[in-house]
Design a protein around this ligand. Structure first.
Ligand code: SF4
Length: 255
């Protein structure tokens, strides 16, 4: 069997723990610097959207490198299963999803641009019903498997906001959909799912960068629940501008 060589792509998370820590720290500090510059340059409501766009694009770039790495390893003779996630497979879309304020603001902006007033109003009703139902559950059950489908799911089980979905959804990838199915059917989620770890490292680095940049500028930086966060971004007038001014407009959606 040929020796597996790791690609020299600088975007690609490296193979060992020491290099990986350096890579993580570098990605975090570079992204934090970019986000800080963006926040300092943009005072208005567009700052959050620009930031979310840029970290989502960065995630896609690194995910591509991670996928290329899997291909190269396979070509070098390593036995690695393919990533199982595909359109319409949505076991993980029944879990509670966390995001950061700029991501919720970007999703709300996208929905305003792509849905008719009637569609938006019925989506908001669906989102409110979803949040009310989740809030009625005991805490332990809220994040468990097969509780309530994400209101953004489309008719064919696909993500209806795929282009703007949050980092958590972009980086939650598995090699075995059967494990996800078993986990979704078990209310205690005692089954382990074999995740593709590099995308999760990418997500952690980018979330850390965003949290650090926001904290340094006295902006709210906590994780919020996706559906409640997007509902606030859609319903509170000027939510994006308020967030940029340091108002904790998403406090009710805190996780
Ligand atoms: S935003 Fe999309 S990918 Fe994320 S949970 Fe909802 S439907 Fe699934």
């Amino acid at each position: 069997m040929a020796k597996a060589e790791w690609p020299s792509d600088p975007n690609c998370p490296p193979e060992n723990a020491v290099k990986s820590k350096k890579w993580f720290d570098r990605l975090t500090s570079d992204t934090e610097a970019d986000i800080t510059m963006c926040l300092q340059e943009s005072g208005g409501g567009q700052a959050a959207i620009r930031i979310a766009k840029s970290i989502q694009a960065r995630t896609e770039q690194i995910n591509r490198s991670s996928f290329n790495k899997l291909t190269e390893l396979r070509q070098a003779g390593k036995e690695l299963p393919p990533v199982a996630c595909k359109r319409g497979c949505n076991y993980c879309c029944h879990l509670e999803v966390g995001c950061l304020a700029p991501e919720a603001i970007r999703i709300a902006d996208h929905l305003r641009k792509t849905r008719s007033p009637k569609e938006l109003s019925s989506l908001i009703t669906k989102m409110r019903r979803h949040s009310k139902f989740r809030a009625s559950l005991p805490l332990r059950q809220r994040s468990s498997g097969n509780v309530a489908p994400c209101p953004f799911l489309g008719q064919e089980g696909e993500c209806g906001i795929y282009e703007v979905r949050p980092l958590n959804c972009r980086t939650y990838l598995t090699f075995d959909a059967k494990e996800c199915e078993r986990a979704s059917q078990n209310p205690d989620r005692k089954f382990c799912v074999t995740f593709f770890l590099e995308p999760l490292d990418t997500r952690d680095a980018l979330h850390t960068a965003l949290e650090n940049a926001c904290k340094n500028l006295d902006l709210p930086s906590h994780q919020i629940e996706l559906i409640r966060g997007v509902t606030i971004a859609l319903q509170v007038p000027g939510a994006s501008t308020l967030w940029r001014r340091g108002v904790d407009v998403f406090a009710e959606a805190n996780i």
